[in-house]
Design a protein around this ligand. Structure first.
Ligand code: ADP
Length: 495
């Protein structure tokens, strides 16, 4: 360490590179990394499955989230260890690709690493392990899970393109409002916007609406440069007012000429314009966001219009019914745009006692929508409750018997690692893991988490998508390979 001075005479300290950094090599590096990854997996392990526990997370600004969704837990955990971050990435990738299985994938990776650690301690070199891995190629919203699942399936089927076997989930808008019960959650074949008519005396119900969807403001044009208007007489003021009114009038007239019976605007407008719209019998909705405008345009078959001059009858959106709905005794009102020209845009409108509940329902629905979409893309399934993992484990174990050398240990360890998911499910459901894993030859045999009375997951109708399970194994294996390849960690040391 040395003290030096810069050109302004300010002192600063020079630290030599080595002094700033700590360094772990070889087995120590691998063990430290495995420990970090395992720590993350351990946190998620108790959240796996239908009987998994929720986690309560508090953000630095005090917001509280209660969830058992793996990706969300990891997203909100403030991890600064690089390897732990890799696990966060892992869960995110599963979420991105499949949208479900985000807890399981981390549990699986943690278990693979645990097995790898044992082998490393026994002196089996990592390259052997890596070779084996290369060779080897799931609601706290329990109360209404059936209703919510049905809503998810109906929503996906409403927007699915069955010919192309794909689903654009962007066409499903998920909106939530605090109040009411979870049971009041509904699927609307149309768009729900968290807005109301701009004036309380405008009609609350418009049938066969022709909608002008506008991104131009309802206001007189603003001069581009700064200018000054001297209004020193009442006459001048009157003229200005009249001119302004004329502008508004023309805008309203253009909408009317095109045949619009409702205008939906991206921007706001002042009281005067609002009054005029009301007087001229043209209901309006203001401050509608860009994404919503686009969805409204898709649903009603209309075009987004950036200038009043461009408004033509063909560009108007059509909806059989537009209505304003108020909730309970509150002032809360929402706009329902239904019976649209193009029914392929739907809204799931979630109700619930508090914001947290609505957020968690949104996450659960996201998973359910993804599963339904995945099944449209590829309808192959595997049975859940850990049965797929047990069946794979049995098959890998059998394969190990055919490999004489040291590799068989690594292959067996891989088989053991696959047992992590059924073991965690059993533990989380209060079942004895030993009994549960003494599987018979039935490949559908898994963990009876909900105490239904049979371990046959086919009978229980517990299944997962094949692509989801494949992706879990693939991603977990990839990240473990990556972690095991690291044998030198250089990091800034802590002071
Ligand atoms: P993930 O975020 O990984 O999807 P979940 O907490 O949703 O995690 O748990 C999914 C696991 O729980 C899967 O292994 C799935 O097969 C299992 N599972 C879900 N429902 C049941 C059930 N009713 N009985 C047994 N296992 C179930």
């Amino acid at each position: 360490m040395a003290l030096a001075f810069d050109e302004f005479g300010r002192p600063f300290i020079i630290l030599r590179e080595q002094e700033k950094k700590s360094r772990l090599r070889g087995l120590d590096a691998q063990k430290a990394n495995i420990a970090a990854a395992k720590a993350v997996a351990r946190i998620l392990r108790t959240s796996l499955g239908p009987k998994g526990m929720d986690k309560m997370l508090q953000s630095p600004d005090g917001d509280v989230t209660i969830t058992n969704d793996g990706a969300t837990i990891l997203e909100q955990m403030d991890v600064d260890n690089q390897i732990a971050k890799l696990m966060v990435e892992l869960s995110r990738s599963q979420d991105y690709e499949i949208g479900d299985g985000t807890t399981g994938v981390v549990v699986m990776a943690g278990s693979l690493l645990e097995q790898a650690e044992k082998l490393l301690e026994r002196g089996i070199h990592r390259s052997g392990l890596l070779r084996v891995m290369r060779w080897h190629r799931g609601l706290p919203v329990n109360r209404c899970k059936r209703e919510l699942a049905e809503i998810a399936v109906k929503a996906v089927l409403a927007v699915a393109d069955l010919e192309r076997k794909d689903v654009n989930l962007d066409l499903i808008k998920v909106e939530g409002k605090v109040g009411g019960k979870l049971e009041d959650t509904e699927l609307i074949y149309g768009i729900v916007v968290d807005k109301d008519m701009s004036h309380p005396q405008m009609p609350k119900r418009i049938e066969n609406a022709k909608i002008a969807i506008l991104t131009c403001p309802f206001e007189p044009p603003k001069p581009k440069t700064k200018h000054k208007v001297d209004i020193d007489t009442v006459e001048k003021f009157q003229t200005l007012r009249e001119q302004e009114q004329k502008y508004f009038d023309e805008m309203v007239q253009k909408c009317k000429d095109a045949g619009a019976t409702l205008v939906i605007c991206q921007w706001g407008f002042d009281d005067e314009a609002n009054h005029l719209l009301m007087n001229r019998n043209l209901p309006a909705v203001r401050w509608v966001g860009g994404v919503e405008l686009e969805l409204i345009a898709i649903a009603t078959g209309g075009r987004i219009v950036p200038r009043f001059q461009e408004l033509t009858p063909e560009k108007l959106g059509k909806a059989g019914l537009v209505r304003e709905k108020s909730f309970g005794t509150t002032k809360d009102r929402m706009l329902y745009i239904e019976k649209c020209a193009n029914s392929r845009a739907v809204t799931i409108f979630i109700r619930g006692g508090n914001k947290m509940m609505i957020e968690e329902t949104k996450r659960s629905l996201h998973d359910a929508l993804c599963v339904a979409r995945n099944l449209i893309r590829n309808n192959s399934i595997v049975y859940g409750g850990g049965s797929a993992e047990i069946a794979c484990s049995v098959a890998v174990e059998a394969a190990a018997d055919r490999h004489p050398g040291v590799e068989q240990y690594a292959i067996r360890s891989f088989a053991d690692a696959l047992d992590a998911v059924p073991l965690a499910l059993a533990e989380n459901s209060g079942l004895s893991p030993i009994d549960t894993l003494t599987a018979d030859n039935n490949p559908h045999c898994g963990i009876d988490c909900n105490d239904v009375g049979t371990t046959d997951m086919k009978e229980q109708n517990v299944f997962e998508t094949l692509i989801g399970k494949q992706q879990q194994i693939l991603l977990a294996t990839q990240v473990v390979k990556m972690i095991l390849k690291i044998d030198d960690v250089i990091s800034p040391s802590e002071y």
